[in-house]
Design a protein around this ligand. Structure first.
Ligand SMILES: Cc1cc2nc3c(=O)[nH]c(=O)nc-3n(C[C@H](O)[C@H](O)[C@H](O)COP(=O)(O)O)c2cc1C
Length: 305
């Protein structure tokens, strides 16, 4: 049987097509997992899990912006590492590969959560080194390339499953990417939300309780394209591209600058299976139009033309 032109194989993940959910968009209750299966995603990425449960910030934690996109500061609310086995087996039951997103404040915390993910049967882990709004986590670690190196090294040398480092917008993103790969990361997920804020001019107060949050959705897409392009140009790693995908064309753009697979966050939350179907239909047409046999032939094509 001829292989589907959208089939993608990246380390740890044999995907029927390139589109997964982005971490934080559903992903830790069994009913979320069933819903994502019905929406037609090719793999499930969990919410970032930390060693102990976190309640996150008080509402409002997410707003839709008049300028487009969303601003969120959820504060990494999650059920903690004890729930990982349940989440992984719920995904396994429906036959979807699962990537556990791992959070922590130190090498030991990352290793602790990642080890449980591996023991539970996850296909891969994604280290959240880029959440821009939770003190001591994410970007507080990931913006310093030497921290990226030590966290990735400690996890990658202990685990057998692939380790993806999720990095975000910082002046050091190319350097951090390089350090992550040197330290043993199998690939990179680029990018996370972009630190931003929104002020209500009537109350004269920031709208989010945390004051600052992460911007997501279409406004960050050109930033994601630039970051994926630059990192791919310099290092040619396996990249999972994420940031502002809102239609098939914006998805294709990330593939063209070097992403091998994709994640959709905000627009998935807003449109559900409609966006997955639209992206897949459009990507299939695009691959045929380009005369390629498989979408992987178009990875990084914009850097060759
Ligand atoms: C409500 C919300 C929660 C998120 N939670 C996480 C998270 O737990 N871990 C993580 O790595 N990224 C998290 N993200 C970032 C997304 O995974 C993604 O990188 C970002 O939203 C950009 O993609 P998008 O523009 O398609 O939404 C979250 C985003 C949103 C909007």
């Amino acid at each position: 049987m001829p292989e589907s032109i959208l089939r993608v194989r990246i380390p740890g993940l044999d995907l029927v097509h390139p589109v997964m959910n982005a971490s934080g968009i559903l992903g830790y209750e069994p009913e979320h997992i069933d819903r994502m299966y019905r929406w037609g995603l090719s793999a499930i990425v969990t919410k970032t899990i930390t060693p102990t449960p976190r309640r996150g910030y008080e509402a409002p934690i997410i707003i839709e912006l008049p300028s487009g996109g969303f601003l969120n500061a959820v504060g990494l609310a999650n059920p903690g590492k004890e729930r990982i086995p349940d989440i992984v087996s719920a995904c396994r039951r429906i036959g979807l590969p699962v990537v556990v997103s791992v959070g922590g404040t130190s090498e030991n915390e990352f290793l602790d959560v990642a080890s449980i993910a591996e023991e539970s049967g996850a296909n891969a882990v994604e280290l959240n080194l880029s959440c821009p709004h939770t003190k001591g986590y994410g970007m507080d670690i990931g913006s310093d390339p030497s921290n990226v190196r030590s966290v990735v090294k400690s996890v990658a040398q202990s685990l057998k499953i692939p380790v993806y480092a999720k990095l975000g917008l910082s002046d050091n993103v190319v350097k951090s990417s390089e350090k992550a790969l040197e330290a043993g990361a199998t690939g990179l997920t680029l990018i996370n939300t972009v630190k931003a804020m929104y002020v209500d001019v009537h109350s004269l107060k920031p709208v989010l309780t945390n004051v600052m949050g992460g911007l997501s959705g279409p406004p960050i897409h050109p930033i994601a394209v630039r970051v994926v392009y630059e990192v791919y140009r310099e290092l040619k790693p396996v990249i999972i591209g994420v940031g502002g995908i809102y239609d098939w064309r914006s998805a294709a753009e990330l593939i063209a600058v070097g992403a091998s697979a994709l994640q959709i966050g905000s627009m998935l939350a807003l449109k559900g299976k409609e966006i997955v179907a639209e992206v897949l239909r459009g990507l299939e047409r695009w691959v045929r139009e380009k005369g390629a046999k498989n979408i992987s032939e178009l990875v990084g094509a914009a850097l060759r033309s």
